[in-house]
Write a protein that binds this ligand. Sequence first.
Ligand code: GTP
Ligand code: MG
Length: 140
Amino acid sequence: IERSLVLVKPDGFQRGLTGEVLRRIEGKGYRLVALSVLTPTREQLAAHYAEHEGKPFYAPLVDFMSSGPVAAVVIEGQDSVKGFRSLAGATNPTDAAPGTIRGDLGRDWGTKVQQNIVHGSDSHESATREIGIWFPDLEG
Ligand code: GTP
Ligand code: MG
């Protein structure tokens, strides 16, 4: 059993896709452990996206992610990190396969950052680190 950190990003939240994302997560059989709606602070985002600091899309990414509310969700299930990445699809929504969240619901909006509806942790270690950023009080 493994946990992963999912964010419904400002584009997905603003478009009213939170329920659809949760439906797909629950339909897959993952359990919801924690759920919160908040507008991320720049400090939270700097920690969350530390690996991307210095990349050309970093500043637009932080601007975008702090532009409005997101839904932060901790999910749990066997191989949930890999499993949610598979539900989400490729980073670029234009490339994402139909059947995935990004493939079915996303497209390229011509902005400086990929507004691709969701974030999902990319490894077990990332998930542990990210859950600590978004849910510091969550028990083991
Ligand atoms: P997340 O689940 O959001 O972490 O997506 P990812 O793991 O598929 O992508 P990654 O962690 O590499 O990048 C984080 C976010 O930065 C992406 O989801 C995009 O919003 C944005 N991003 C990443 N790479 C690019 C890029 O090459 N160009 C642009 N414009 N945005 C990017
Ligand atoms: Mg990532």
